[in-house]
Design a protein around this ligand. Structure first.
Ligand code: CP
Ligand code: NVA
Length: 309
């Protein structure tokens, strides 16, 4: 239906509890259709322009393949090739693309660039990751948890790692679906306090508990989901070595997993640095659902595009 048509997808915080539930439902529906070979050309003849200022495997392939499966077409716009990389403004890029495409996805560094693009664009804008947020990731993750745990409400999800983009969107996601989220980070790497405060406000509607600790064991104790991410995010390559020193106690390994609830699942948004934030044993072990999670980016992105475009 048309309830979300024309909306931007920039943060999970911008959507109501019902709207997030609806996007998840559409995602599961589209996944079923794709698995059964049922044609679902809901975006026939539509195009998505995709601006990537950072690398991507999953996000790019999910949007590109997803758009094709929806009957549309996606264009990969690398900063090396488009004029944005030579200094054309976001504003002018937004205005020009809006005359030609039906939606714009952008992955970039500063979150403000996405907001600026959305301000000037006349077509829906999708945030494909910024330094602050990674909302499309969390839609796929919530689908994955639903598939493996049957529900979301009342579960405990422990995120162990850096309190940045993925952790921020996970807090917003948990708040909207009633899933408890605890973030365990080294001192100094806690989530942005404004984001946490906003997420807590959202959580009042669903009863989700959201909190931050520095002790990974305390966080993982009795958790139904253990989630981790790289220690050095894109753009932090120079800090990687220095950061690593603080993050070793936060490695998701068999010992840490032994504290989680029975039947707990392990998530990682990927790409992973195996042997750093997660061991091979855990990533390839029976509790890991990381490749289901990666696949669900496809279905989640299709849902997002289908409802807003
Ligand atoms: N998880 C994720 O966004 O992966 P990519 O960086 O490969 O898109
Ligand atoms: N935090 C990571 C997520 C990658 C999908 C990064 O920003 O690089």
């Amino acid at each position: 239906d048309d309830r979300l048509r024309g909306r931007d997808f920039i943060s999970i915080h911008d959507f109501t509890v019902e709207e997030i539930a609806y996007i998840l439902e559409v995602g599961h529906g589209l996944k079923k259709m794709q698995k059964e070979g049922v044609e679902h050309h809901y975006l026939k003849g539509k195009t998505l322009g995709m601006i990537f200022q950072k690398s991507s495997t999953r996000t790019r392939v999910a949007f590109e393949v997803g758009m094709y499966q929806l009957g549309g077409h996606a264009l990969f716009l690398s900063p090396r090739d488009i004029q944005l990389g030579r200094g054309e403004t976001i504003k002018d890029t937004a205005k020009v693309l809006s005359r030609m495409v039906d939606g714009i996805m952008i992955r970039t560094f500063a979150h403000e660039e996405v907001l600026e693009l959305a301000y000037y664009a006349d077509v829906p804008v999708i945030n494909g990751l910024t330094d602050l947020l990674h909302p499309t990731q969390i839609i796929g993750d919530l689908m994955t948890i639903q598939e493996h745990k049957g529900a979301l409400k009342g579960l405990k999800c422990a995120f162990v790692g850096d309190g940045n983009n993925v952790a921020h969107s996970l807090l917003f996601g948990g708040a909207k679906v009633g899933m408890d989220v605890v973030i365990a980070t080294p001192p100094g790497f806690e989530p942005n306090s404004e984001i946490l405060a906003k997420a807590k406000e959202d959580a009042r509607a669903t009863g989700a508990r959201l909190w931050v600790v520095n002790d990974p064991k305390e966080a993982v104790k009795d958790a139904d989901i253990v989630y981790t991410d790289v220690w050095a995010s894109m753009g932090q390559e120079n800090e990687a070595e220095e950061k690593e020193k603080s993050f070793w106690p936060y490695q998701v390994n068999a010992e840490l997993m032994s504290l989680a609830a029975k039947g707990a699942i392990v998530l990682h948004c990927l790409p992973a640095k195996r042997g750093k934030e997660i061991t091979d044993e855990v990533m390839d072990g029976p509790q890991s659902v990381v490749f289901d999670q990666a696949e669900n980016r496809l279905h989640a992105h299709k849902a997002i595009m289908a409802v807003i475009m």
